[in-house]
Design a protein around this ligand. Sequence first.
Ligand SMILES: Nc1ncnc2c1ncn2[C@@H]1O[C@H](COP(=O)(O)OP(=O)(O)OP(=O)(O)O)[C@@H](O)[C@H]1O
Length: 230
Amino acid sequence: MEAMIRVSDVSKSFVLHNQGGAVIPVMAGAALSVERGECVALVGDSGAGKSTLMRMLYGNYLANGGRIVVGDVEVSGAEPREILAMRREVLGYVSQFLRVVPRVPTLEVVAEPVWAAGGSRAEGEARARDLLARLNVPERLWSLSPTTFSGGEQQRVNIARGFAHEFPAMLLDEPTASLDATNRAVVLGLIEEAKARGAAIVGIFHDAEARAQVCDREIDVSGFTPERAA
Ligand SMILES: Nc1ncnc2c1ncn2[C@@H]1O[C@H](COP(=O)(O)OP(=O)(O)OP(=O)(O)O)[C@@H](O)[C@H]1O
């Protein structure tokens, strides 16, 4: 079977339209592949291109060259509606921050990705309850919108939402940042469970211990930084 996530010879330049159209090459020859059940950490100094590579995988940034395939979706060259379908069904993204939808109760915020992927009402709610409980979000908060929650509460709601649908592939952007030890351990457990059911995961983890615990390999993206003229 082919790897779940395949990146080959990807390049990326940014064009600064407000600065005379200056072209800034930030990546060249990027290559990686991630098997089902495997977690790969992107490492490299600040500015090396970790976030840029994640955004290209998610279809937020368009690659200028090369090929990115997630499952059977060719991300490089996909139509916007194919990208949206991929995000509903194939590729999850867990960032550090919740984008709060006003007035939607927490339980629904968490269950929504399950419903979006075709799961039943009951299935989504059961999954949301399980994850919110595991992440120690107090039950009295579940019927409220997370708009007014503390930063840490919102972060845990966001993680619950990110893990609610069992995506075959996942991108994790600092999922344990600023969590207390208990919840950090819960998140590492969720990552291990996702791997065990066969998810292919790419993540940025500044937490070196977390990385060592859940990641099988590291890829140093500074190897993909193009030579720059001084
Ligand atoms: N939208 C953009 N427009 C112009 N340049 C950008 C843009 N996004 C990223 N860059 C540049 O691309 C390079 C890689 O940035 P990126 O954010 O991917 O690095 P990173 O490895 O994630 O860094 P950090 O660890 O600090 O988050 C940097 O030089 C950055 O300035």
